[in-house]
Design a protein around this ligand. Structure first.
Ligand code: MRU
Length: 376
């Protein structure tokens, strides 16, 4: 039985309960599509110049799309990987040992694509459990189950973002000038966004919000993606270079900061896009609230603190080139860590679909994980 985007249904009021060709997909602003057993991804490398959609039919292809940032942002990576296993299952053999080999191969490729965002491993674990539950029933059952689970992961992520938005909007006063770093928006999730989801919800509640977007070197997710996404949604946004945030805070132009997360350790330490730590230190210096918005799939209880979160090091060309143009001398030594860790003590509150852990700590996070998530 083939499934499509109709199967995102689960709640009639849910924005993802749309047929694949429904023009309202535009409003959902999701970086993902599922079309006839293939994963279709908005190529985020091409934004804002071009809206290019690429179609993928195997785990290897999607793993490469994740590695090369066609799709990026922790929750979106998780959704894409889950869909990749559903797409790859179309080519599975019918005997059980062949099935097991094929699934394990796909899983390994996706696991190796990027190391920091825990949502990737969380989504793959979910699919691995589903595979084990259905493998004895044969290849058809496995295919259907992987597809159904991937669509559920995607649907649940949008619902989580909407709930995060509702919880977080209450923290933003009317008229707030909010600094964000990287892109934790619809583009980084199944849809709607985490940090930008909070801003979307505050704006929807009638608050006047002004966003300051850090450009976010080296690959400019703030300039290329956050500015594009907010402009498209009609939310006022001002772009700044990363080194301007301190000056603006000092002059009283920022009221609070909100960012997403790629992995939250058990003690509340937060791995997020490189430069986030710098913003958190500045916020503390200037007495400003520093909020982190993330679904509970980003919390990694197996990691006790930020010290053991794996930090991806990416290619030096991301630092030495801009749009293919050299901006540094050939041969210069380069470091390019893609993420940094903000200690929990610098985070005012962690906002999840279940509420606000303030301040984040082992105790408040455990409580949050026990609480019932809000219905969007
Ligand atoms: O390298 P990226 O673009 O995948 O990094 C993304 C980020 O760091 C985001 O800020 C984070 O994933 C939050 S996504 C809701």
């Amino acid at each position: 039985m083939a499934l499509n985007n109709d199967d995102l249904r689960g709640d009639a009021a849910h924005p993802a309960a749309l047929p694949p060709t429904d023009p309202r997909w535009e409003e959902v602003l999701s970086p993902l599509r599922w079309s006839e057993g293939r994963v279709v991804l908005l190529d985020q490398r091409a934004l804002p110049s071009e809206e290019l959609w690429r179609s993928y039919g195997s785990e290897a292809e999607v793993a490469e799309a994740i590695r090369s940032l066609v799709v990026r942002g922790a929750p979106a990576i998780g959704c894409a990987a889950a869909l990749a296993l559903a797409a790859g299952a179309r080519a599975y053999p019918s005997d059980e040992s062949g099935l097991r080999r094929a699934f394990a191969g796909g899983l390994a490729l996706l696991r190796a694509s990027r190391p920091t965002a825990v949502n990737l491993f969380w989504a793959l674990e979910r699919q691995a459990r589903v595979f084990e539950l259905h493998v004895a029933k044969g290849v058809e059952a496995v295919r259907d189950a992987l597809e159904r689970e991937a669509l559920a992961i995607w649907r649940e992520d949008i619902a989580a973002c909407r709930a995060i938005g509702q919880h977080g909007a209450a923290l933003l006063p009317d008229g707030a000038r909010v600094l964000t770093h990287c892109n934790a928006g619809a583009l980084a999730t199944g849809g709607y966004g985490t940090a930008l989801g909070v801003i979307r919800a505050a704006v929807a509640a009638g608050k006047r919000i002004q966003v300051y977007a850090d450009e976010t070197r080296p690959v400019l997710q703030g300039a290329r993606l956050t500015a594009w996404e907010l402009q498209r949604s009609g939310i006022p946004v001002t772009l700044i270079c990363d080194n301007m945030a301190g000056h603006l805070m000092q002059r009283g132009a920022i009221d609070c900061c909100i960012v997403g997360a790629d992995r939250v350790a058990r003690n509340g330490d937060v791995a997020n896009k490189i430069g986030t730590y710098m913003v958190a230190v500045l916020a503390r210096r200037h007495g400003l609230p520093f909020y982190v918005a993330a679904p509970r799939s980003t919390i990694d209880l197996a990691t006790p603190s930020g010290a053991t979160i794996p930090i991806e090091e990416r290619d030096a060309t991301e630092v030495t080139q801009l749009s293919g143009q050299l901006v540094a001398p050939i041969g210069v030594a380069v470091r390019n860590p893609a993420f940094d860790v903000t200690p929990a003590e610098l985070v005012t509150a962690l906002i999840t679909e279940a509420g606000v852990a303030a301040p984040p700590s082992e105790a408040t996070i455990a409580q949050n994980l026990n609480d019932t998530p809000r219905r969007p």
